[in-house]
Design a binder for this molecule. Structure first.
Ligand SMILES: Cc1cc2nc3c(=O)[nH]c(=O)nc-3n(C[C@H](O)[C@H](O)[C@H](O)COP(=O)(O)O)c2cc1C
Ligand SMILES: Nc1ncnc2c1ncn2[C@@H]1O[C@H](COP(=O)(O)OP(=O)(O)OP(=O)(O)O)[C@@H](O)[C@H]1O
Length: 303
């Protein structure tokens, strides 16, 4: 991770972009960079930002995120990316012109090649285009590879598209574009303890509001706790039956008993089962939960 420990005489193939979610489009760039670096006895580097640029530029329209930096780094390490550089997107960086952005990069690192996607934009006000990057590659003598759009069902995969799919409850399609199951993680906190009265104790997730929350509804999920995986059903909702007044993410874990308060869990969202409903009684809710549980039992582990 630390460039200082690398051999500065060895060249670097670098991928540039935001990379929120590391979806299959992002991965096509990363796979290409890994391949080129191996073929040319160079390093492979991902150069990106710690914080989403829009958080600084206009925080009102900054998107909710798909992935933590910790998980991003873990995934990239598994992919054999040698150098992962996540820089702070600050005022100075924001005001850097497209040419200076590239100049800074090639003066700091021994860049052999740059790999970007077909729609990559860079520098102040996103003024840098692929056309400009091509000119700069000749001027400053680096190789440039522009990857074609990666599509699913004829739709171009993007972080924005995936965020919209998740927040509208289409986890199955989002998961195809991510090539993994969308997950949220956090600590389990106390709820109102109504669940246990109807034999469905639930783990209430203390979720981080910076990340994309799936649409209100009930989901088949898998839960990772203590390095073990369980089938589960998760409600994302306001719990109208018990007059809830805030959005909670509550999970009933099959084949599990024990105290989860203050414990860390990861929820993998696999598919939406149904919409949230206001039931006339707790018994009616319980009857529905039994059905949801039976559905989960019939599903394979899926992460
Ligand atoms: C899989 C699952 C599905 C649920 N579906 C609904 C629902 O459709 N309508 C509703 O009002 N509450 C629903 N709930 C929420 C329950 O009302 C809630 O879990 C229960 O009140 C327990 O809350 P507590 O953890 O605060 O004790 C669901 C909970 C789970 C785990
Ligand atoms: N579907 C795709 N196919 C090929 N390259 C892609 C694809 N999506 C993004 N890229 C490339 O990956 C890099 C990172 O892009 P970026 O993080 O902006 O992705 P994005 O998914 O398009 O995000 P957003 O939806 O926020 O615009 C860029 O070089 C971009 O061109």
């Amino acid at each position: 991770m630390n460039y200082n420990i690398y051999n500065k005489n060895k060249g670097i193939y670098v991928v540039l972009g935001n990379f929120d979610g590391l979806h299959i489009g992002h991965m096509s760039l990363i796979d290409e960079a890994v391949k080129l670096s191996i073929e040319n006895n160079c390093y492979c580097m991902l150069y990106s930002f710690k914080n989403h640029p829009l958080k600084l530029i206009n925080k009102d329209i900054a998107p909710k995120l798909l992935m933590t930096n910790t998980n991003k780094v873990k995934t990239l390490q598994k992919k054999s990316v040698d150098i992962i550089k996540l820089v702070n997107f600050d005022e100075t960086l924001m005001k850097t012109s497209p040419e200076d952005f590239i100049l800074n990069l090639i003066s700091e690192y021994n860049i052999e090649g740059i790999i970007v996607g077909f729609n990559y934009r860079f520098g102040y006000k996103n003024m840098g285009t692929i056309d400009l990057l091509e000119k700069l590659s000749t001027k400053y003598n680096f190789m440039l590879k522009v990857m074609p759009p990666c599509k699913v069902n004829n739709q171009i995969v993007s972080s924005t598209k995936i965020r919209n799919l998740i927040s509208s409850g289409n986890l199955e399609e989002a998961n195809i574009m991510l090539n993994r199951k969308y997950s949220l993680e956090g600590i389990v906190v106390q709820g109102r303890q109504i669940g246990r009265q109807i034999d469905f104790p639930t783990a209430n997730l203390k979720y981080d509001k910076d990340f994309v929350i799936p649409a209100i509804g009930v989901y088949y999920t898998n839960v990772e706790y203590n390095e073990k995986l369980y089938r589960a059903i998760t409600s994302v909702g306001n719990n109208p039956t018990v007059s809830g007044n805030k959005l909670t993410i509550e999970t009933y874990i099959l084949d599990f008993s024990g105290n989860l308060y203050d414990k860390h869990i990861t929820l993998f969202f696999i598919k939406k089962i149904r919409d949230e409903k206001k039931f006339d009684s707790l018994d009616a809710l319980k009857a529905q939960l039994k059905k949801d549980k039976n559905f989960a039992k019939s599903q394979p582990f899926n992460i």
